[in-house]
Design a binder for this molecule. Structure first.
Ligand SMILES: Cc1cc2nc3c(=O)[nH]c(=O)nc-3n(C[C@H](O)[C@H](O)[C@H](O)COP(=O)(O)O)c2cc1C
Length: 438
């Protein structure tokens, strides 16, 4: 059926839009907003650069529907538009969309709410399905359980932001239903302990996500791409499981989405980045440890998802070799390949892969793992600090994104600890500026 699909094959989505090739830049939070949480020239420069890199689809990092509960202090947030006009910050969104689509590629806005995964330096009053606190380095406050009216207001906000994205010139939206943020935390029985219509059975836990997708679709119309990012598994004992994911995918079929992106894990179990997390609460589903699965670590989950999913499927996480990307497209396992970290250091990766100039997307995550250097080995008493591995690697990639956004060369010699220091300095000063402008 799809045996002739190659990296440069266009993909026609159910809504009729066409993505010019099969490589996508996955969502990566930018942290580049100004103190009003509006997009800036740095977004324009960054996404213009990524557009030049040849991916058929660029997905923005988290764009927040609630300015009080951010995933990071530098997130772009979009407030409800007045009924008679546009929200403040619309001109900046337009400029961002224009630069990000300058080569005829798609640019989709990832719409998100951080839920309980909003750090203390952003808010001491996060919200979630229930009062289940994220225990990670003391950095997250106990969330307050949302009321029914607040959930309905957030569904309206998701739809509103999707409509604004469309009006601003973004060519699609992605609803972030993965990684433990608000919609994802509703899916998990660990974080969602509600007894009303938003908790309990899977149908109830999935209601927030499904109603959000429905509201977004209604607001943007049938000809505009609407995608969902979903965990294949939370990898958390008692959490949202692979079996539950398969059921949610079946329900999403009825909502008429255009692309499903598969990822996995949460802050506690950062499998999205190929890292394991807290061992005490981890859940390890049976997997064959094939070479393919070691590289693209959600690929085997995607095979089961493919069987139930009726829309195009994208998998993100670990894809590096051109041969594996070509193989999974050619044999019809997937429709799109998502790439994250390699594009932080070489934004031309998609073009180079498509033109056959490289066989491997270059990544630096292995050398960024402090644990691999001994002093933070699994046997070390400092192992609870293993989140430093994850954060250090993230911080390093954030710094490279800043360089691209400033039109500077990336800094491959940056040390992990150096990146860590700069990251926290930036986050804290940005959070401080934000509080002052409130
Ligand atoms: C610096 C950085 C920022 C990220 N920010 C987001 C985000 O805002 N939204 C999201 O869904 N995933 C985010 N992710 C996860 C990526 O979309 C992707 O799932 C992950 O990096 C695995 O793909 P890769 O192995 O190609 O890097 C981020 C990853 C990195 C490295």
């Amino acid at each position: 059926m799809t045996d002739s699909v190659t990296l440069d094959s266009p993909l026609t989505l159910p809504c009729g839009a066409v993505i010019p090739n099969r490589l996508a830049k996955a969502a990566m939070t930018e942290g580049l907003a100004d103190s009003e949480l509006h997009a800036t020239e740095r977004h324009q420069r960054l996404y213009g650069r990524w557009s030049d890199g040849g991916a058929g689809l660029l997905i923005t990092g988290n764009v927040m529907i609630d300015r009080t509960v951010l995933e990071r202090p530098g997130n772009v947030a979009i407030d409800p538009a007045p009924s008679d006009g546009e929200p403040v910050g619309m001109a900046a969104l337009r400029a961002w969309a224009r630069e990000g689509t300058r080569n005829g590629n798609h640019l989709w806005m990832q719409i998100s709410h951080a839920g309980r995964q909003s750090p203390r330096y952003v808010t001491t009053k996060p919200v979630g399905p229930s009062e289940v606190q994220l225990e990670l380095m003391g950095n997250y406050a106990r969330p307050r359980a949302l009321s029914d009216a607040e959930i309905r207001d957030f569904i309206e906000r998701f739809a509103n932001v999707a409509r604004i994205a469309r009006d601003a010139g973004f060519t699609g939206v992605q609803v972030h239903g993965a990684h433990g943020y608000l919609l994802s935390s509703f899916l998990s029985p660990v974080t969602n302990q509600r007894t009303d219509q938003w908790g309990g059975s899977l149908a109830n836990r999935a209601r927030f996500l499904l109603e959000t997708v429905r509201a977004v679709r209604e607001r943007v119309g049938s000809d505009f791409p609407v995608a969902v990012k979903l965990n294949s598994d939370d990898f958390r004992k008692g959490g949202f499981s692979h079996e539950e994911c398969l059921k949610v995918v079946k329900w999403l079929n009825d909502e008429g989405i255009d692309l499903l992106e598969i990822s996995g894990g949460t802050y506690e179990q950062p499998r999205l980045l190929g890292h394991s997390g807290d061992e005490g609460t981890a859940h390890e589903p049976e997997q064959r440890a094939s070479t393919r699965a070691r590289e693209a670590y959600f690929l085997e989950y995607a095979q089961a998802i493919r069987e139930v999913c009726q829309c195009p499927l994208m998998v993100t996480g670990g894809f590096r070799s051109r041969s594996l990307m070509e193989e999974t497209l050619a044999n019809g396992e997937l429709d799109m390949i998502g790439l994250g970290r390699p594009l932080c250091t070489d934004p031309d990766t998609p073009k180079e892969l498509i033109e056959g100039r490289i066989d491997q997307a270059v990544s630096h995550e292995q050398r960024l793992r402090l644990a691999d250097r001994g002093w933070l080995s699994p046997a070390s008493p400092l192992m609870p600090l293993k989140m430093i591995n994850v954060l250090g690697g993230q911080a390093w990639h954030y710094q490279q994104i800043f360089h691209l956004a400033d039109g500077e060369p990336v800094d491959l010699n940056l040390s992990v600890l150096g990146a860590f220091g700069r990251y926290f300095g930036y986050e804290l000063s940005t959070a401080f500026r934000l509080k002052r402008t409130k």
